[in-house]
Design a binder for this molecule. Structure first.
Ligand code: ATP
Ligand code: MG
Length: 254
């Protein structure tokens, strides 16, 4: 059974067809790459999968359930996490507090339980803080845990995004350009961490312009152009496909 599936999904913004009849399925444990030139519709496809944009037609299925009509937060609790092309952490909050905001369904959120069982809330708070610190450690940001998020570089914000999305224990994670602005050293950290998290059974779909990263990391690649599916296949084959080279370079041979 597919973890995530798009069935004939289209999205029109006025006269613009941002996503055109896209159909694909993401297998459990897969790392799927989504590439294509600027404006191809990749981020819109993510918005449709995550539920922040409603499709003009077609269906989205998550863990075998038709979630086309469920809101983004419902899909989050259904196991879907996503990071944003431009991360916007709360600049004055510490890294750890930014992380704690990304939790799902903790008891402290439900007011009555604070009175009914303060000890349970305290235990959960401590566990969540530990988890946040562990994830910050994973992405090499632990030493900045108590600093405000505004001190982070663009690349570090991308790493914070990955750590943040993992707070909710997602089964499938959508990463929008995780490598953009990340320096080569941090990029290696990022690739290792995605592999490590994937090895625990988490499925990934990632949009990325860094072809080197995509070919190293992804099991399979989908190529979008002008909203539609141009082709799909193994990373090495896709990178050599003349249609892909044409879409990126407008016909200029590589
Ligand atoms: N909210 C919107 N309203 C109108 N048009 C939109 C909207 N969002 C996206 N579009 C248009 O849809 C098309 C696809 O945009 P999208 O951001 O999905 O592309 P992308 O593949 O993520 O590009 P990039 O690589 O530059 O991030 C573009 O023509 C864009 O201008
Ligand atoms: Mg985009």
């Amino acid at each position: 059974m597919a973890v995530l599936e798009a069935r004939n999904v289209s999205k029109h913004f006025g006269g613009v067809t941002a996503v055109d009849q896209m159909s694909f399925a993401v297998a459990p444990g897969e790392i799927l790459g989504l590439i294509g030139p600027n404006g191809a519709g990749k981020t819109t496809m993510f918005d449709l999968l995550a539920g922040s944009v409603a499709p003009s037609s077609g269906e989205i299925h998550l863990m075998g359930q038709n979630v086309t009509k469920s809101a983004a937060h419902k899909r989050l609790s259904g196991g879907m996490g996503r990071t944003f092309q431009i991360p916007r952490p709360f600049p004055e909050l510490s890294l750890v507090d930014n992380m704690l905001l990304a939790r799902q369904g903790q008891s402290g959120e439900r007011l009555w339980i604070n009175f009914a069982s303060p000890r349970r809330v305290a235990v959960e708070e401590r566990a969540a803080r530990e988890k946040a610190l562990g994830l910050l450690d994973l992405v090499a940001l632990r030493r900045l845990a108590d600093d405000p998020a505004r001190v982070l570089s663009g690349g570090q914000r991308k790493l914070l995004e990955l750590a943040r999305v993992m707070m909710a224990d997602p089964k499938v994670v959508l990463l929008d350009e995780p490598a953009a602005g990340v320096n080569p050293t941090l990029l290696e950290v990022l690739i290792d961490r995605i592999r490590e998290i994937n090895a625990t059974g988490v499925t990934f779909v990632l949009i990325e312009h860094n072809i080197d990263m995509v070919t190293r990391l992804c099991h399979r690649i989908l190529v979008m152009a002008s909203g539609g599916m141009l082709c799909q296949g193994a990373p090495q084959d896709v990178a050599r496909d003349p249609r892909v080279i044409e879409a990126y370079l407008g016909g200029v041979p590589a």
